[in-house]
Design a binder for this molecule. Sequence first.
Ligand code: G3P
Ligand code: CA
Length: 385
Amino acid sequence: MTHGASSSPARRSVLGAAVLTTAALGIGAGAAQAGERTGGVRPSGGDRRGLPVPTVIAHRGASGYRPEHTLGAYQFALDMGAHVIEQDLVPTKDGHLVCRHENDITGTTDVAAHPEFASRRTTKSVDGVSLTGWFTEDFTLAELKTLRAKERIPGTRQENTLYDGRWTVPTFEEVLQWAEKEGRRRGRPVWLYVETKHPTYFRSIGLGLEERLAKLLRRYGRHRANSPTFLQSFEPTSMERMARLVGTPRVVLLWTPDDRPWDFRESGDPRTVADLVKPDGLDWIAGFAQGIGPLLDLVIPKDANGRLTEPTTLVRDAHARGLVLHPYTMRNENTFLPADFRRGTDPNAYGDVFGAYKAYFATGIDGIFTDNPDTGLLAASDFTA
Ligand code: G3P
Ligand code: CA
């Protein structure tokens, strides 16, 4: 994730262990207490159109078990029963939208093993972060399709390397076709959750994402307010642009309180995430979006030791404006869990993730992104029993 210049690779790597205090968040604590299942006002978007609450969103597919953003990861998530399957979108040189968490494909494909592409290795600045590697926008779709996907974090998820090389990088259109086919087979729509990645950067190099995305959504009938699809972005103006193109529901992603979305930096808008989670900021978001996707720490901050503290008022404040909350990201491994839910000393071993889910669900959130949809579904079932 590169969400602006403050998001250095080192900082990104400890995202799951980020420690934020209530004061740092700039929002009050204590209103969304454990036991308040709905967080107060039931949001207008929270239970509409038949999605279960809490909604379990497969983050990049079942990425705890398969290399992320592959048809294998999406299929496994759907087979597990995940309610929604997430895609992150970046473009190719010839303007096709493909599913990758980043345009830097160095760590998630075998591109480094292709001598014919050695000269494409380059250094560039994306959202103020200097990156060296191979990038989707330097490859045509035909070239990209000669690569094979691989596990992004093999040190943590060695088992997933079993599947390295099994799948290609999927296009978003292939995912739409897969979802149609699976929907017909199951007799119910397959929900998707689609993120525009680095939209300002890509527009600056002539590869604007939103019009291309809108065209595909219209082609596959996912352009309406009641379509089984959420759109999402860390850049609010990308969701404003999508609002002008399609009716598909939109979610503004929120990172750390000090983060200033890259589109804001480019346009001179001084607001940070700390501003956006205040009442005025949420009022503004509610003008063009139906939900927010906050970092989990914005819902329950951690103390200096990485342990959960008291919930903030974010759930109540967002629900009061009809906004759903889909925080990110739950993962089963100790290294990604709050300190109070880690078990043993192996960072790659599973911790007490059910305990963590219980704490987060009790705040009244409407759903959650997770790399382990099966665990999330069991936790949701426990919570609603
Ligand atoms: O989109 C929700 C969550 O996926 C945001 O974080 O960096 O994993 O896309 P990221
Ligand atoms: Ca995402």
